[in-house]
Write a protein that binds this ligand. Structure first.
Ligand code: SF4
Ligand code: SF4
Length: 447
């Protein structure tokens, strides 16, 4: 109808929620696709045609603004007219919970705004408030209409506006009686120790971050489960901006003349998504640094989607597999090492070898995500008599490695134990124990 792209913006709380939804009618998608329209003036945004296109876009915005006035996504719910609230998205649900009596203008379409609807609503209520998360996007536009409205002076721009917080802040300025502030339904008891997120037992990234922490090199990180390498016990990732940024930042470190040898860590999926272009840039410009491609054969963090390096398409059809090693060699990387991610020594030797190289090198640490492979190599155990409580295995950050009640009589430090309900037998802890106190289950050969 409007010949326009539509963006549906979901907020964090919606993206992190799940529930039962009732689907509406789904109109069939036309199977027949006609020839591609040769409307270059619309689809080729070169300068001369972009100038011609601009007035059309402006006109379209006016048409959309008129539509916003009648669009059923924007609706007024009149109740008590002492307080009127303008809101949109998930905050509408919070507002209904916290102010069940207030009149509400719910904006389902937030650009362009329905000016007349807003003006009419503002005139129909005694006090007008905007409740929106983060920046005052709605509030500033409403103010620009000459409407007296409150918003960010009550609900600050930082942090999430959950119902309890909205209620608390509203009570502070008298929009709610103090005694009406609801308490969170599921409040954790006070004094519980914090549980930081950790890599799963059997995660193939564990050995790499253990080695990176041991060598103490600067690490430009990327987005994926391996971002957990920035947290204790590793503390071995020092930057993370956006997908693919690790390789570009590594290049920047080299250009800036960083005296240390530096490393970028990037997952296989992220490498395909946005790591190849900066790697080409590094090679082309004769840069220096080690790019570790942590190939766990999936896109783990977002739910194990396939990617160009896996055997299946997202629709479960057989796919053409793109070989990461072949790609980086074809891009001109001369120093390429491929190691078993579950072999700590291989990872360490490979990394040291790459760090010693003068130019751009790539270390591919290969090991399937344990949530995909479901591999279980048996339950490992610690010989308490042999354990000297050196703490090395704790530095792996495996949730299955726990402190035993037993202590080293000289140092008083806790010895290690393995939680059999969590261990999946990846063997990594056994490899790092300096005194051989960790053992594979009976019958499994120890390398
Ligand atoms: S073998 Fe060791 S590192 Fe691997 S899951 Fe078990 S306890 Fe954790
Ligand atoms: S690495 Fe070995 S000796 Fe050190 S705490 Fe762990 S089990 Fe004990």
């Amino acid at each position: 109808r409007f010949d326009t792209p539509v963006v549906i913006r979901t907020t964090m709380r919606v993206s992190h929620s799940k529930g039962v939804v009732t689907l509406g009618e789904r109109p069939p998608v036309p199977k027949e696709v006609g020839p591609f329209p040769r409307t270059q003036k619309k689809y080729v945004m070169t300068a001369m045609w972009a100038r011609e296109r601009h007035p059309i876009v402006e006109e379209r915005l006016k048409t959309l603004a008129a539509y916003a006035e009648e669009c059923p996504l924007n609706r007024v719910e009149y109740r008590d007219r002492k307080l009127g609230i303008i809101t949109s998205g998930i905050t509408y649900a919070y507002v209904r919970e916290v102010f069940p009596q207030a009149s509400v203008l719910k904006l389902g379409m937030t650009y362009p705004l329905p000016h007349n609807l807003i003006l009419e609503f503002s005139r129909s209520v005694e006090e007008l408030v905007v409740v929106e998360e983060l920046d005052p996007f709605l509030e500033e536009q409403i103010r620009a209409l000459g409407v007296k409205v409150r918003g960010k002076d009550i609900f600050p721009p930082c942090g999430e506006l959950l119902p309890e917080r909205i209620a608390e802040l509203a009570a502070e300025v008298g929009l709610l009686p103090a005694e009406g502030v609801p308490r969170p339904a599921n409040q954790a008891p006070e004094g519980l120790p914090a549980r930081i997120p950790v890599l799963c037992p059997g995660c193939p990234h564990r050995s790499t971050y253990f080695v990176l922490a041991k060598l103490g090199v600067p690490v430009a990180g990327d987005i994926g489960c391996y971002n957990l390498g920035c947290l204790p016990p590793f503390n071995a990732q020092h930057t993370m901006g956006c997908m693919g940024a690790s390789v570009g930042v590594l290049h920047g470190m080299a250009i800036a003349g960083l005296p240390e040898r530096a490393v970028a860590t990037i997952g296989d999926s992220t490498f395909f998504h946005s790591g190849m272009a900066p790697l080409a840039n590094m090679v082309h410009n004769g840069s220096r640094g080690v790019v570790i491609i942590m190939d766990n054969g999936t896109t783990a963090m977002t739910g194990h989607q396939d990617h160009p390096g896996t055997q299946w398409t997202l629709h479960g059809q057989p796919a053409n597999v793109i070989d990461i090693e072949a790609v980086v060699r074809a891009m001109g990387v001369e120093k390429v090492r491929v190691v078993n991610a579950f072999d700590v020594r291989e990872v360490e030797d490979g990394l040291k070898d790459c760090l010693a190289y003068e130019g751009v090198s790539v270390l591919i640490t290969r090991g399937l995500c344990v949530q995909v492979s479901k591999a279980h190599g048996g339950t490992y155990w610690v010989d308490e008599n042999a354990c000297i409580a050196c703490g090395t295995c704790f530095r792996l950050g495996c949730p299955a490695v726990v402190k035993s009640e037993a202590r080293n009589p000289k140092t008083g430090a806790n010895k290690a134990a393995i939680d059999p309900t969590l261990c999946v037998g990846c063997d990594v802890c056994r490899q790092v124990c300096p005194v051989g106190a960790i053992h594979a289950p009976e019958g499994k050969e120890e390398r």
